[in-house]
Design a binder for this molecule. Structure first.
Ligand code: AMP
Length: 314
């Protein structure tokens, strides 16, 4: 049996940056999986070779070796001449859909528990020298018991992060770290921490913290709240390629005037993530050592029954 024949497609689970994600079932084990299909034409043209670039194969085999409770398991990889299929463990809901579907504020203990699990997942990825580069609520999957798992990890190492998704939608910049917006080529672990900070703020407010609609608008939305960065709070910022001396000079405002914190401990914690200088921004490991996360315990979300998952074959 061809490897792909092992699966029955049940429907579409979502659309990601690199391709469609199907819900499918393994005929042998009966288990649900997420089957991510990545079209490869673009890569074939670019490096004038056929099929999957060998660098991508190497990288993906590294991803396949990763095992952590906060990271979606990549179970299998299959490819044809123009398509790559990644088989992931399946989780019913992503954090974006969860936030959109609840009218009440998110329980403060649930936020704490999610952030702890995500810091553990990032600490694991970062010790394996893997940057996610696209942490956002759509890439974080949740279950009824209170687990949250990082999906779509490491793919940007194999294929550069496009500005448009395969459906031509603009890839969101809302979670992008300021050093990337300013054109830095230094990719440090801090870029994932910044994104996680934006996700945390979004859980408090139930709306995105910095919803920019262009690179400049994205930067200015950040600057208006955190202040325009200076050499004092971010040494070297004025030498970054996209930095302009003509940027308006906004003063930093208090985070608590923008975010619905429950207490000052949450505010102090978030400030450790939304730091301009990537070298001063806390690491996932350091965040795990804070009093705020030490108190975290697994908390089940208040969830309506999951969307109907009738098994309609397609
Ligand atoms: P991605 O390409 O990983 O950004 O995925 C796009 C969408 O597909 C996500 O926002 C999820 O709704 C869905 N999805 C991705 N991976 C999974 C998975 N392992 N289980 C269930 N749904 C998934």
């Amino acid at each position: 049996m061809n490897n792909l024949d092992k699966f029955i497609k049940l429907g579409t689970a979502g659309e990601g940056t690199y391709g469609i994600v199907y819900k499918a079932k393994n005929k042998v084990t009966g288990k649900s999986v997420a089957l991510k299909r990545i079209k490869l034409e673009k890569f074939c043209k670019e490096d004038h070779t056929e099929g999957v670039p060998s660098t991508a194969i190497r990288e993906i085999s590294i991803l396949k070796g990763l095992r952590h409770s906060s990271i979606i398991e990549l179970q299998d990889v299959m490819y044809t001449s123009d398509r790559l299929y990644l088989v992931f463990e399946y989780l019913e809901l992503d954090l974006k859909r969860y936030l959109d579907g609840t009218s009440k504020p998110v329980d403060k203990e649930l936020i704490r528990s999610y952030i702890k699990q995500l810091c553990e997942g990032l600490a694991y990825l970062h010790t394996h020298r893997i940057l996610h580069r696209d942490i956002k609520p759509q890439n974080l999957l949740v279950d009824k018991e209170g687990h949250v798992k990082i999906a779509d990890f490491g793919l940007s190492r194999c294929f550069s992060l496009p500005t448009k998704s395969y459906t031509h939608e603009v890839v969101t910049m809302w979670y992008r770290a300021p050093e990337l917006l300013l054109g830095s080529k230094m990719y440090t672990n801090g870029i994932d921490i910044w994104s996680l900070g934006c996700v945390m703020a979004e859980m408090f407010n139930k709306r995105a913290m910095f919803p920019g609609d262009s690179e400049i608008d994205q930067m200015f939305k950040i600057f208006k709240i955190l202040g325009t960065p200076t050499e004092e709070n971010w040494p070297g910022v004025t030498t970054l390629p996209q930095y302009e001396v003509s940027f308006p000079k906004w003063k930093a405002t208090e985070l608590k005037t923008h975010i619905n914190f429950n207490d000052s401990e949450e505010e102090e914690f978030l400030k450790l993530m939304l730091v301009y200088d990537p070298f001063v921004r806390n690491t996932a490991k350091a965040l795990l050592g804070t009093g705020y996360l030490k108190k975290a315990k697994l908390t089940a979300p208040d969830m309506k029954p999951f969307p109907d998952t009738t098994e309609e074959y397609c």
